[in-house]
Design a protein around this ligand. Structure first.
Ligand SMILES: [Ca+2]
Length: 468
């Protein structure tokens, strides 16, 4: 016994663990649509730094979020649950799960946990498991933003994502000397619109995208055939008209600003990637880059997000790190998969209540025969002018059900798209009698997902987290 005590004194548990456990850096980019990375080969966007990550890591071109808006997407990332279980289905709600967040589980097992940049939950980083944080809440300017660093306000000069990178590197300089593994959440702000609803990107980045050469969606005039009629008069379209989308020149201004802001964000991410390489942390660190939601750049004449179309719900996802086989995985991935993936890579217990699935076999380049056949998307609470809706998307098809009430009763409108032949979702095939069996299959998926992922499926007792 005495010998054991001496051993434990010499080798504290966290020290032993540190030598075998990897670090994590999650880069959660804001309003970053799937085709706004070079790896997508779907646009002329320039993201040379994120491209480096995709070349050395695994790129998931078919990645989605569970609800395409800031707070719910982040709540699902941190809890591993859909919003209808964790309670966050709009921008104001509080988390209601009592289960530990991803950050709490890692902190309890000896990880140094931290969060930098944008925060958009009604709690604080500290309360949800981040021991260190330097952040700002919600909507801010692009330049000279006031951060809250460990409870103290300070204005950080320059472009907001550059400031987030500097704060992250400052912290890593210190924490990596503690001989404990670290878990960093780096949340960009760009390419989210700034607090004046513009994209004040660097002039040098704007010049990369001359408007005369920018592609634009052929549906920018917003005729909305086959879409729920309410969309013509509600916010996603009305806001677009306020932005001047009746004039193509204004649409191009927005696409240019969005692209340039992505490039500015990419440069800030590149500084962080350079640091990790320079400090020889790459070989022991998993880097996971994902968008929190997408963004309509006038597709269907719309702006913003939440709606279940590709530009809104589909996001970039790239994972690099030890043992990750470089390449592309076509599997349908979700933001809900991040938590089980990190738990497995950190050697922590599997939690079969979580709604996502570990990507680890896919990261190794293995094929997984029983991988999910569809992703489920839910936006039951009206927000940003949307009606309650839920959707399922397989590799080739999408079905959308829009309802009159948040309880998802009184079905108002159905949509069915064949994504393989109609990736822009222009032709609603719901009335095609030849596709009745396809509709039935998609509705069956939808009902299966509702039963599995809503709170009625049973998480046991739930209560609001204290202090929210
Ligand atoms: Ca967002």
């Amino acid at each position: 016994m005495k010998a054991l005590l001496v051993f434990l004194a010499l080798y504290p548990a966290t020290r032993v663990v540190a030598e075998s456990r990897p670090n994590f850096v999650i880069i959660y980019t804001d309003d970053h649509r799937w085709d706004a990375v070079g790896a997508s080969r779907a646009s002329s966007i320039q993201t040379p730094n994120i491209d480096r990550l995709s070349e050395s890591g695994r790129y998931f071109p078919n990645s989605f979020v569970s609800l395409s808006i800031c707070a719910p997407s982040r709540a699902s990332l941190l809890t591993g649950y859909y919003g209808s279980t964790n309670g966050v289905m709009d921008m104001e709600s509080a988390l209601i799960v009592e289960d530990d967040t991803l950050a709490e589980r890692l902190a309890e097992s000896g990880y140094e946990t931290s969060l930098f940049g944008k925060w958009h939950l009604s709690s604080t980083p500290e309360r949800l498991g981040f021991a260190y944080s330097s952040y700002f809440y919600g909507l801010v300017p692009y330049w000279d933003v006031t951060f809250m660093r460990q409870g103290e306000e300070l204005v950080l000069e320059g472009f907001v994502d550059d400031a987030t990178t500097r704060e992250t590197m400052l912290y890593l300089d210190t924490v990596r000397k503690r001989n404990k593994p670290f878990f960093v959440c780096y949340n960009s702000f760009a390419p989210h619109m700034d607090n004046s609803f513009a994209w004040p990107a660097r002039e040098s980045s704007l010049e990369l995208y001359p408007k005369s050469k920018l592609p634009y969606p052929s549906t920018w005039e917003g005729e909305l055939p086959g879409k729920p009629p309410y969309l013509k008069r509600n916010r996603p379209r009305q806001r677009a008209l306020e932005y001047g989308y009746a004039d193509l020149n204004n649409v191009l201004d927005h696409i240019q600003g969005y692209y340039a802001s992505v490039t500015d964000m990419d440069a800030a991410v590149g500084e962080l990637l350079d640091y990790l390489r320079r400090e020889q942390l790459e070989d022991e660190t998993y880097i996971i880059l994902m968008g929190d939601n997408g963004w309509f750049n006038a597709e269907h004449g719309l702006t913003s997000k939440v709606l279940p179309y590709e530009e809104s719900i589909r996001v970039p996802l790239i994972v690099s790190g030890p043992g990750v086989e470089a390449g592309v995985s076509e599997a349908l991935a979700l933001n809900l998969d991040i938590m089980p993936t990190v738990l497995e890579l950190a050697g922590l217990p599997e939690d079969d209540k979580l709604h996502g699935r570990s990507l680890v076999p896919l990261l190794k380049g293995e094929s997984v025969e029983d991988w999910r056949e569809y992703i489920y998307y839910e936006a039951p609470h009206p927000q940003h002018g949307t009606m309650p809706l839920i959707s399922v998307r397989t590799k080739d098809w999408k079905y959308v059900a829009t309802y009159a009430e948040p309880t998802l009763e009184n079905l108002m409108f159905e949509e069915l798209y064949h994504l393989e032949s109609d990736p822009g979702e222009w032709r609603n095939l719901i009335s095609d009698p030849a596709l009745d069996s396809k509709r039935e299959q998609m509705v069956a998926f939808l009902e299966e997902a509702r039963a599995r992922y809503t709170n009625e499926a049973g998480l046991g007792k739930r209560k609001p987290l204290s202090g929210l």
